[in-house]
Design a protein around this ligand. Structure first.
Ligand SMILES: [Zn+2]
Length: 169
């Protein structure tokens, strides 16, 4: 049976977002969610609580959805090392707006063993040629916090099965 991928981008540890996720879990017993998180806008203790749930996976989406675009090697490396010390994340990174990371950024991702997630096939080809591990797919459900608020149904059967984004690796 097909397993759905549910991704939430721009996640930060805000109560309404977390509540909405729990609401979906209540409706879909097999629900799993991969949260592409903005680390600089999140509380670490809340992240730790979420990471301990077996139906939640935390992945990286950057610091604040803005500064990442200009990051070179050292900024990216500091960020990735810091994320590792937080210890809540699977090694997946999605660039804000799926932009192309700068060369130094690519190097840092490679060194830290972090896989870049993108739905863009050409971008995936270029980055793979640069030696980066890339997961290229379009998730079944791809939401942002504004679309999550008030969402009660995903329009699929109650017993539908889900998988994490990291299961695509
Ligand atoms: Zn985003």
């Amino acid at each position: 049976m097909q397993k759905h991928i549910f991704e939430l981008d721009d996640f930060r540890t805000r109560k309404p977002q977390i509540k909405a996720l729990f609401r979906l879990k209540k409706r879909y017993p097999n629900f799993k969610a991969t949260l592409f998180t903005l680390l600089g806008l999140s509380l670490e203790r809340e992240l730790a609580k979420l990471a301990s749930l077996d139906w939640v996976e935390l992945a990286l989406h950057g610091w604040d959805h803005f500064s990442e675009l200009s990051w070179g090697y050292w900024e990216a490396r500091h960020f990735l090392e810091y994320a590792e010390t937080v210890g809540c994340f699977v090694p997946l990174f999605k660039m804000p707006w799926n932009r192309m990371p700068r060369l130094g950024f690519i190097k840092a991702l490679k060194e830290q063993g972090v896989c870049l997630v993108t739905p863009k096939k050409t971008q995936a080809l270029i980055l793979r040629a640069a030696g980066l591990t890339v997961a290229c797919y379009t998730p079944d459900f791809w939401l942002h916090p504004v679309e999550l608020s008030g969402l009660k149904s995903l329009g699929v059967r109650r017993k539908s099965r889900f998988k994490f984004s990291s299961d695509c690796l």
